[in-house]
Design a protein around this ligand. Structure first.
Ligand code: BES
Ligand code: MN
Ligand code: ZN
Length: 496
């Protein structure tokens, strides 16, 4: 998507669409007044008839409007200006983007001029718009001959006349990079497991890293054996596809004294459940079980493209959880890299087995702060619903920073408790710990398991089992992979 800026009055811009963002209870002054005049009082009538009031996410499409140069007009509501948030703006912008990309468009003019809010600067708005339109113009229809979504050729941002052009251009570039990163994560998740498996994911990572100036190392089966990653290797044993661990290193702040942010992702490229086989319904979407890895890869690429002055190590553990003749069995005792022995009581609780060894490897590579992302438990979806990320941590200050970044990025995350006594639930009679914690509190007992592998480093575990993959379309987002937490991780890196 190409981007340009214009200071032309919105009524005079020739485009397939003119989109006007309006707050609830908008007044007809300035830009809306001029447009209203050109449209022969249409905006005033729509408001009076309550056909468009500017409620959050409300849209009003007017085909072939008389009096303006654009072929179609779309009004998009932002809700009350006092409660305008990044989350709300993202919703409206993505809803607007999806409304117009169901058919091919060349030029879309987006007017930001009616939004005058103390808490949202024009540059921020431009950045959010760029990201939203990038995301909103790509669907999950990778293999459909007839596409449901169509890319926009050019977005013309009608900026407020007093905005700083250089600032707007920089914000647009940032927004573009973020949108592409979210789409990259979505695409990796949406591709079927026959295309995205440990080796092919690793090759994609190598290719993307070399284009972005990231150092990339791939550990193959042999290297993982040398590293004694017995827990991860046990999961991989049931599959004909060998495992991989990818290590991405971006040094934006070289020299001593700069801390290293470690991002770890669960990359189970398909989760059949193993011998504790999932029923069809539960297995249906399990190509999404590498969403944590996809978001980590996309985030590190975005951080590098944005040249953020931080040091980041991204690590993803890539395996396929299958039922082959050498698959791990119930009762097996695994020997993790850290030396902690693990009794397997359910082969479907495989994500924590993978992460255990990768978190430990990340510690040995000198990370100072850790965040892991994983489609880890159905229990987290039961607790928080499909659209909210569960956050669990061993360090409240670090957790607050991660949650703060999520809020700034407009993504919903909620903290769950980590009381000591939850750890009792993963005790084993034959090994140090077991890989399931019984019926209740499953999201937290999984986190308690991971906590055994992070030493004393500040760590936040993000369970993305709900939000990583959307069962169906909603007005503001496409079904399929969502690229959840990419914006949050980049925001976190920005604030380091
Ligand atoms: N990948 C699943 C979790 C999941 C569920 C992700 C739904 C996305 C949507 C994970 O490996 C799993 O199977 N977890 C088990 C753990 C249980 C056996 C303790 C679960 O949640 O049922
Ligand atoms: Mn599983
Ligand atoms: Zn899984």
């Amino acid at each position: 998507m190409k981007l340009s800026f214009s200071t032309t009055p919105s009524s005079e811009v020739p485009a397939d669409w003119l989109i006007l963002l309006l707050p609830e209870g908008f007044t007809l002054e300035g830009e809306p007044a001029l447009l209203n005049q050109a449209l022969g009082g249409l905006l005033e009538r729509l408001r009076a008839q309550q056909d468009f009031q500017g409620k959050l996410g409300e849209l009003c499409q007017i085909p072939a409007p008389a009096g303006i140069a654009a072929q179609r007009l779309l009004l998009a509501g932002l809700g009350p200006v006092e409660t305008l948030s990044v989350r709300g703006l993202n919703r409206t912008l993505q809803t607007a983007a999806r409304a117009i990309t169901s058919r091919a468009t060349r030029q879309v003019a987006l007017s930001l001029r009616a939004v005058q809010s103390a808490n949202i600067a024009p540059a921020t708005l431009t950045q959010l718009a760029m990201t939203a339109f990038e995301i909103g113009s790509e669907g999950q229809d990778l293999f459909r001959a007839e596409k449901k979504r169509h890319p926009i050729e050019e977005l013309i941002v009608l900026s407020p006349t007093d905005a700083n052009p250089a600032e707007l251009a920089a914000a647009a570039t940032t927004g573009h990079i973020l949108g592409e990163a979210v789409n990259l994560a979505r695409r990796l998740v949406n591709l079927p497991a026959e295309e995205i498996y440990p080796e092919s994911f690793a090759l994609k990572a190598v290719e993307l890293a070399s284009g972005a100036g990231i150092h990339c190392e791939v550990l193959d089966q042999h290297a993982l054996e040398s590293e004694k990653m017995g827990s991860l290797l046990a999961v991989a044993r049931g599959s004909d596809r060998p495992p991989r661990v990818v290590i991405l290193e971006y040094r934006g702040a070289p020299g001593n004294g700069h801390k290293v942010l470690g991002l770890v992702g669960k990359g189970v490229t398909f989760d059949s459940g193993g011998l504790s086989l999932k029923p069809t319904d539960g297995m249906l979407t399990m190509k999404c079980d590498m969403a944590g890895a996809a978001s980590v890869l996309a985030s590190v690429v975005a951080i590098a493209r944005l040249k953020l002055p931080v040091n980041v190590i991204g690590m993803v553990g890539l395996v396929e959880n299958m039922t082959g003749g050498r698959a791990m069995k119930l009762g097996d005792v695994l020997h993790s890299r850290r030396g902690v022995s693990i009794e397997v009581q359910n082969t479907d609780a495989e994500g924590r087995l993978v992460l255990a060894d990768v978190l430990d490897l990340a510690l040995s590579r000198g990370v100072d702060y850790l965040v892991d992302l994983a489609t880890l438990t159905g229990a987290c979806v039961v607790a928080l619903g499909e659209d909210v990320v569960g956050a669990m941590s061993n360090n409240q200050a670090w957790c607050d920073r991660v949650l703060g970044a999520a809020q700034a990025a407009g993504e919903d995350a909620w903290q769950l408790p980590m009381f000591d006594h939850y750890a009792d639930l993963i005790k084993s009679d034959v090994a140090d710990i077991r890989n399931v914690g019984g019926r209740w509190g499953g999201a937290i007992t999984a986190a308690k398991f991971l906590e055994r592998f992070v030493g004393d480093k500040p760590w936040v575990h993000l369970d993305i089992a709900g939000p990583a993959f959307a069962a169906a379309d909603k007005p503001h987002r496409e079904g399929g992979g969502t690229g959840v937490m990419v914006r949050t991780l980049v925001e976190l890196a920005r604030t380091m």
